[in-house]
Design a protein around this ligand. Structure first.
Ligand SMILES: Nc1ncnc2c1ncn2[C@@H]1O[C@H](COP(=O)(O)OP(=O)(O)OP(=O)(O)O)[C@@H](O)[C@H]1O
Ligand code: SF4
Ligand SMILES: [Mg+2]
Length: 331
């Protein structure tokens, strides 16, 4: 596995990942057999309706699923030939916040109100890189400069509440980037920003990502962001990746009926963002996922066998694949 991945420039290989919530009377299958790969320097979008398991997938990669309640029950997460799910919690800390970092949606919850911005950006530098003094300060200044925080000397000593929403989100990004992680996970980091600030923030992260060669997972509801930020897209439905393809390919020739429905639901400019993904029917209850292909109750192309058996993975070359009986040779 290790040598194979190194040869292929694969940074992350996720195989059959399952994360369930064990509830009193039910098992909620938030992540139900997710598999995908990310190459070095690749930016991969993760899209799908609300509740499809995007955040739980990201938290599972970081081994940060809510406890008690959620449990990673199966799968492998290979990070440069090391299966993260087999590491001790102590070993995992070497990865988290250092080799892999996550930027969450709400900068409020990622920043501590009682520490200055400078102290917070310095924290991962101290903790993971073991840098102190001028060396640490240079790195902190470098990351804050990279996310274009103006009047740095003044800003360093200020507290999060003295920053605007857009500036706070930049600080969170600086914290994520300061240790130069190999993988950055951004879980809808722009939802709280207005459109202009969002565009600036996206451009900034894209530049930094290209310069540093960091691999990125972009979780978003916005297919426009995917087109701007990503090299490939993973489409998620009911806890599984149903299609994975290059950005150009997926916009030109989406293979999965759900991907086609998502693309058809992209709003015209100016409509409200929460109107995205108005696809006929309801997403399935993850405590009671329909047998067969979970999309069949909503799929305009469903056939009898769709209701019986989950369609196997059909490889479409390179990293691309789709799970749909229509794509099966002879299907
Ligand atoms: N703390 C929790 N307790 C119980 N169920 C949860 C919890 N967090 C998430 N879930 C469930 O797990 C499933 C997947 O949730 P997840 O947050 O990963 O979805 P998502 O794709 O990120 O959605 P969104 O686009 O709204 O952020 C959902 O059905 C959700 O209800
Ligand atoms: S497997 Fe069947 S139900 Fe599922 S997406 Fe394909 S055609 Fe539709
Ligand atoms: Mg989410």
């Amino acid at each position: 596995m290790e040598n194979h991945d190194v040869e292929q420039d694969i940074l992350l290989r996720v195989e059959g990942l399952k994360t369930y919530f064990f509830q009193r009377n039910a098992v909620l299958k938030a992540v139900d057999g997710v598999s995908f790969t990310i190459r070095e320097g690749e930016a991969v979008g993760l899209v799908g309706e609300s509740g499809s398991g995007k955040t739980m997938t990201c938290l599972s990669l970081m081994r940060l699923v809510p406890r008690p309640g959620a449990q990673i029950v199966e799968g492998e997460v290979w990070f440069r030939g090391e299966n993260l799910l087999e590491l001790s919690e102590h070993q995992m800390r070497e990865y988290r916040g250092h080799r892999m970092a996550i930027i969450m949606q709400d900068p409020q919850t990622s920043l501590n109100p009682v520490y200055t911005v400078g102290e917070q950006v310095a924290e991962p530098v101290r903790l993971h890189l073991k840098e102190r003094g001028q060396q640490a300060m240079d790195r902190v200044l470098g990351s804050l400069r990279a996310v274009r925080i103006p009047r740095l000397e003044l800003r360093l000593g200020q507290y999060p509440h003295q920053f605007s929403g857009g500036m706070r989100q930049r600080v969170v990004a600086a914290m994520g980037l300061t240790t130069e992680p190999e993988l950055l996970i951004a879980d809808e980091p722009t939802t709280s920003l207005d459109v202009t600030i969002q565009a600036q923030f996206l451009g900034l992260i894209r530049d930094l990502q290209r310069e540093s060669g960091t691999s990125v997972i972009w979780v978003t509801h916005d297919l426009g962001i995917v087109a701007q930020m990503c090299d490939r897209v993973n489409v998620m439905y009911a806890g599984r990746i149903v299609e994975s393809a290059g950005v150009r390919q997926i916009y030109k020739e989406p293979q999965h009926p759900y991907t086609r429905a998502l693309l058809a639901s992209v709003p015209v400019m100016g409509t409200k963002r929460d109107r995205l993904y108005q696809i006929e029917g309801q997403p399935p209850d993850l405590r009671n996922i329909p047998q067969g292909c979970p999309f069949w109750p909503r799929c305009p192309e469903a056939m009898d066998k769709c209701k019986e058996e989950y369609p196997p993975r059909t490889s479409l070359g390179d990293q691309d694949f789709v799970h749909c009986w229509l794509a099966e040779p002879g299907g």
